[in-house]
Design a binder for this molecule. Structure first.
Ligand SMILES: NC(=O)c1ccc[n+]([C@@H]2O[C@H](COP(=O)([O-])OP(=O)(O)OC[C@H]3O[C@@H](n4cnc5c(N)ncnc54)[C@H](O)[C@@H]3O)[C@@H](O)[C@H]2O)c1
Length: 270
């Protein structure tokens, strides 16, 4: 039952395919959650097959979704994607930037990071979001309405072992603050979501592959680190936060960095 005033809103979810695995990824769940609120969802991903799978799942529930291939590290690809959305829907109400990688991109502590890995993570985690915003914001400014959501991570403020993920996600917060302050007068809001430990394939499968440890051991270890009920969040927790922030219910909220982390960031101390 839609309840957030998002019926017929055009929501572009970037990175709405997903890494293969047992659970649902944040981007795919977010696309579903917007569709369930009656939004016209545009499922954008570099991996067209995965984007089409998300769109098919949404259609099966009776929702509206269109899959478009785009690589957000290539500006021309973003321009093409935005032109297609505008040709089809004529407006963009929500831009949700979900793309991001961590360890799978070769991240490492500062003394061990390679130039290639640092460039890869910067390009994917930060440059890509800047570029999608660059090409969607003129549309939202013209509409005098719109909402940008950038997925960062609690790794921004928490103890985190590697440098590139932390630094690029900190950059995402800067991007959000920049948009929130410079576009407020145009009626455009921008907020960040900081997922904590979430049970998604991106988090679990990469760790299984990189460490060779058992999946269950990794899951138990992550669960034990979460204050709230000792259990990781799910992609639906992230998706629900995104729907709320994009909704009329959050119409006076802009420039915030919202943790979705079961209390992890609240636990300050030795
Ligand atoms: N799972 C967690 O525990 C956790 C914690 C903190 C933050 N996050 C953040 O959540 C986001 C990802 O979550 P997810 O579960 O949806 O991951 P996912 O890997 O399942 O989905 C990401 C999607 O982005 C796509 N993609 C990758 N590079 C792209 C590019 N250049 N252009 C277009 N699409 C591209 C991939 O094909 C994939 O379908 C990231 O921003 C990540 O940093 C996750």
């Amino acid at each position: 039952m839609p309840q957030y005033g998002l019926k017929d809103a055009v929501a572009v979810i970037v990175g709405a395919g997903q890494t293969k695995g047992a659970t649902m990824g944040n981007g795919r769940a977010t696309a579903h959650a917007f569709a369930r609120e009656g939004a016209k969802v545009v499922v954008v991903d570099r991996d067209l097959e995965s984007a089409e799978e998300t769109a098919r799942m949404i259609h099966a529930e009776g929702g509206s979704a269109l899959a478009i291939q785009a690589d957000i590290t290539q500006e021309a690809s973003i321009v093409f994607m935005v032109e297609r959305v505008m040709a089809l829907h004529g407006r963009i109400d929500v831009l949700h930037n979900n793309v991001g990688i961590a360890g799978a991109g070769g991240d490492a502590p500062v003394e061990a990071i390679t130039e290639e890995a640092f460039d890869r993570l910067t390009s994917l985690n930060l440059k890509g979001m800047v570029l999608t915003c660059k090409h969607v914001l003129p549309i939202m400014r013209e509409q005098k309405r719109g909402c940008v959501l950038n997925v960062a991570s609690t790794a921004t403020f928490a103890l985190y072992p590697n440098v590139a993920y932390k630094a690029t996600k900190m950059g995402v917060l800067g991007l959000t603050q920049h948009i929130a302050t410079h576009y407020a007068e145009h009626g455009v809001r921008a907020n960040s979501i900081l997922p904590g430990l979430i049970d998604t394939p991106m988090a679990i499968e990469a760790r299984v592959r990189l460490t060779g440890r058992l999946r269950n051991e990794i899951i138990e270890e992550r669960n034990a680190m979460v204050p709230l009920r000792g259990r990781m969040g799910t992609s639906w927790d992230v998706a629900n936060a995104a729907v709320f922030l994009a909704s009329e219910a959050a119409g006076f909220i802009t420039g915030v960095h919202l943790p979705v982390d079961g209390g992890a960031l609240a636990r300050i101390g030795p």
